[in-house]
Design a protein around this ligand. Structure first.
Ligand SMILES: CC(C)(COP(=O)(O)OP(=O)(O)OC[C@H]1O[C@@H](n2cnc3c(N)ncnc32)[C@H](O)[C@@H]1OP(=O)(O)O)[C@@H](O)C(=O)NCCC(=O)NCCS
Length: 146
């Protein structure tokens, strides 16, 4: 398994996994647009030519938002999600970011367990933030010294 920066070659697979995992997925065009965004860091986990997972983020000055994280079903529970978030954190430290904030569905037990394991703390809740189905978002954050 190799974790590296997303390139144009992986965009179709990333968009497919978005569709599989989320009710309001990013389009292939939106994902491709991130390649040209100087604020964005997107990483992919590759098993040969197959996409195992990806994480997407945007940083403004020293604060980063994680926008997307997904692991393909056949690669789940093998440490890929954890490795992606850890690799993102390492890249962000190099860029001078000092915190990572994200939103997660209240009912998303797998993701919440992953973020808790990695030291994210709940800092707020947006009521009814998600659609399809309507649900609260928890806002989680992890900070570090740089
Ligand atoms: C959430 C997700 C990214 C986790 O990826 P993963 O590669 O399966 O996670 P990992 O194998 O790295 O798991 C790391 C830790 O997360 C927790 N975890 C992951 N999946 C879990 C599950 N189904 N149930 C309970 N805990 C879970 C565990 O603490 C695990 O550590 P452990 O293996 O030592 O018990 C994956 O389930 C996924 O893609 N879900 C659909 C998309 C999604 O919800 N994305 C997050 C949006 S905020």
């Amino acid at each position: 398994m190799e974790i590296r920066k997303m390139t144009a070659a992986e965009v179709p697979q990333v968009a497919e996994l978005e569709k599989l995992c989320f009710s309001l997925p990013w389009s292939e065009k939106s994902v491709a647009g991130e390649l040209d965004n100087p604020l964005s860091v997107w990483l992919v986990a590759m098993e040969g030519e197959s996409l195992a997972g990806y994480v997407g983020s945007q940083t403004v000055i020293d604060e980063t938002d994680m926008m997307n994280l997904a692991v393909a079903p056949r690669f789940r529970r093998q440490g890929v999600g954890e490795a992606l978030v850890n690799a993102l954190e390492a890249s962000l430290k190099d860029l001078g970011s000092r915190c990572l904030t994200l939103e997660v569905r209240d009912s998303n037990a797998a993701a919440r367990a992953l973020y808790a394991k990695l030291g994210f703390e709940e800092i707020g809740r947006r009521r009814g933030y998600y659609r399809d189905p309507r649900e609260d978002a928890l806002i989680l954050r992890k900070e570090w010294e740089i």
